[in-house]
Design a protein around this ligand. Sequence first.
Ligand SMILES: Nc1ncnc2c1ncn2[C@@H]1O[C@H](COP(=O)(O)OP(=O)(O)O)[C@@H](O)[C@H]1O
Ligand SMILES: [Mg+2]
Length: 1012
Amino acid sequence: MRYQGREVDIEGRVRLVMESALTARDRVGVQDFVLLENYNSEAAFIENLRRRFRENLIYTYIGSVLVSVNPYKELEIYSKQQMERYRGVSFYEISPHIYALSDNTYRAMRTERKDQCILISGESGAGKTEASKKILLYYAVTCPTNDHMAILGDRLLQSNPVLEAFGNAKTLRNDNSSRFGKYMDVQFDFRGTPVGGHILNYLLEKSRVVHQNHGERNFHIFYQLLDGGDDDLLITLDLERNPQNYRYLVKGNCPRVSSISDKNNWKVVMKALPVIGFTEEEKLLNIIASVLHLGNTQFGEGEEGDTYITTETQTSNLAKLLGVDGSALREALTHKKLTAKGEEMISPLNYEQAVSARDALAKAVYGRTFTWLVEKINQSLALKVSKDSSVIGLLDIYGFEVLQQNSFEQFCINYCNEKLQQLFIELTLRSEQEEYETEGIAWETVQYFDNKIICDLIEEKHKGIISILDEECLRPGETCDVSFLEKLEDTVGSHPHFITHKLANGKTRRVVSREEFRLLHYAGEVNYNVNGFLDKNNDLLNRNLKEVMCQSDNQILSHCFRREEVIDQKRPEMAATQFKNSLMKLMEILMSKEPSYVRCIKPNDAKQPGRFDEVLVRHQVKYLGLMENLRVRRAGFAYRRRFEAFLQRYKPLCPETWPNWHGRLVDGVSTLVNHLGYKAEEYKLGRSKIFIRFPKTLFTTEDALEYKIFLGVNVCTCVFRCVVIVIQSGWRGMKARRRAKRRRQAAELIRRFIKGFIYRHEEYCPENEYFLDHVRYSFLKNLRQNLPKSVLDKSWPTPPPSLVEASEHLRRLHMRNMVIKYCRRVQPEWKKQVLFSSRLVFVNPVDDAEGCSQRDLQGPERHNACLCSSQYGVSVIKYDRRGFKPRPRQLLLTNTFAVLVDRTKIKQRIDYAALRGISVGSLSDGMFVLHMPTEDNKQKGDAVLHCSHVIEVVTKLAMMANKTSYVNINPGSIRFTVARGKEGIIDFIRGSELKVAKGKRGHLLVVSQRLF
Ligand SMILES: Nc1ncnc2c1ncn2[C@@H]1O[C@H](COP(=O)(O)OP(=O)(O)O)[C@@H](O)[C@H]1O
Ligand SMILES: [Mg+2]
């Protein structure tokens, strides 16, 4: 059931209904007319509309129907934030809005999986098209989408300006009046993403192409093309910019309108056309231009009553634009083809006939192009995946229209509104009755006017006005509009809703002319002038004009004018019957969907903001059937809510239901209303809802709730305040006491410290005990963080006098500890090596007590053993030949060779015999180089060494090697061999401090003082 669906959100959760309509009632009228106490009073209804309109509250509900009053000004209620506010929110929770209706329809479609439709009605200029655009925009913005669907959404939105350019026009009532009916399906997939769209168009007001009433214009596109098209385009189309030059544009005498920017709208349309799949090859604009040229095609009368075209050049251009043969067109415009007894005859048209043939062609070309345009848009919106889709239909169709002179078009439009009203009554009543049935509540008959009688008058087969019109069009012999009127008088003259001048009594006769018939519509009386009825219903285009158009090389026109149409001798359906049939189909479509309604009201005829013309509004309230709607909706009960929602809201009012009711919901509601003293006639309990008859009952309950909340809040506030004060003062006192205590302790501490400092050299006594303890404590804490880390580190913090002895104790202890730790870390292998190398270096073989001999040793040790003959050993630093990295080595001299040893490993052996020279610098740097033969592959090059006893080493080596003459002293630099053929250089520079480092150009730079 619809109302159930309305109150349950997507997850099926019952929302807490905030009843904004109730709480806001005292401020600006009622948000829902069902809460009007005097729901039968039209004055109360209008007053409520007026009060809200004055506050820019343009939307009000009648149950689930949205009534909208055109504000004629931009209101800031359509932003994205507003859309978010209404998203997923229940109808009654928030102020009435077109977005609330859009959202509820969307959610109903998703949760109930049933197609929906939104019927927007109202008179011209009441805001129907704006409402439909807002609904579309709401879906485009809030529905889930993806890239592909975004393109579709864009097309849906872009199709609007195009349709408006071709199908809307300025009328006296609306500067942007839709001159066609539009029903648009938006298709959604199972995720709720819009996936496609389809438009059905109804009865374009084609007569506007050739004629406009005073103060009105032709369709927007003509003016847009002339104003916005660039010069080249106009030249190509052979057009001039001034609309005054075109007869079809000046009938209404207002080609320019200040509120319309044709130039800007042209740009919008040109931008939208490619989005919805239009190509330039289709030459749509040629057709628009050709209509203007047709309008300027003039005829002259020949002597024999025949006609000829006086605007020859115009016609040539026209033929070019239409893509047809010029002479064939000329002939078709001035002659007609007849078939008599199987023979074809051509007869000339008289002046009037030629003019009407021309106009018929213009209307046909424009009307068919419009239909093609809608088809084209439909192709671009076509649903790509059709599985499991749901639909929301939007009906934006012309509202009830009463002009000074009402013709065939108004007759069709008002007939359409009769049908919609019937559907509305039927569906609203049906849904109400269903609701009562579901809830098990007896239906109380509602008095309302059933307009079926008027629909029958118009559409009944054989007896209805449309049938009579068709008959008159088809009847052989002399027929004319007046004969049609007479036929009407004969056939439906006795109908209570039909009057003519002849049938009327004296008073009415004065307001119905002889050429008119009056229909008493549900919304009011309308006089229709029969002039033109037959022609318009016939909608005839001469056969030879059709033949010419079939041969057009314009893609659109050849699509619109089919050859079959010429060959087929069967007469096509008359315009009114076509319209009737399309309306029947529309009703079927709408009946198959769940409807929602937007009823638009126009507040004044001057299109002015802030003006509320009561007479005009009352008229619309009447013909929109809003009072009837309200009566049906109220049908005995003003208010209904599901038990959960009702109990949730009002449970604080009854001790048994507060805070929670654990029994059956219906019992809870029953207990609650009994406690509130509801009388039996004031309410009824259905199966899942409570129905309350009078708004007064509900308002009293609501007031009681507000009072309760007010009291509750007040009591809570008082108690809360007291508690807060007690806690605050207690807390502040405690904090102050703590602060004072801390201050006292700090002062005492400082006092003791100062006293201690004064007595620091005294024996340990109460005066200095705190200070000395503190100093000791500080020393130990500092010592703990600064203990030496290695045995070689001799640093130790200075102890205070009272701790000198203890400090020394600790130092020794710590040292011993470190030594023990170090020894524990020494591995047995390492111990052996240390022992061995110390022997190598320091033990003379002659004095070797342990008798290390070559015989006892094997392998590498045997090789090492040869070192036992070492005569002299010294620590040196060896510099790598390339990177000059310093490496600690032992240089050992034996009788025949020298070796460089790294711990126990011999790194280099230098035979004295091979030694080519010994170089030293002239400064006190300690550097010396042992030059080796380059051809000796075993040698790695010269040895670059440093020793603090360089003189001693060099002397010893030179003597032992017997090469004293090989010693060179080089003052500036020493060259040495790095490897075969490669050289290194040591540069010596005088400086205050010894420094050995890699210098420029890869040299080893030695900075040192002079030797002496
Ligand atoms: N909700 C609205 N807010 C602002 N202006 C509006 C609104 N509805 C209608 N209008 C104004 O009224 C004019 C006529 O509205 P429109 O929707 O074209 O009427 P209808 O389609 O019923 O003939 C619009 O051009 C616009 O200026
Ligand atoms: Mg409109």
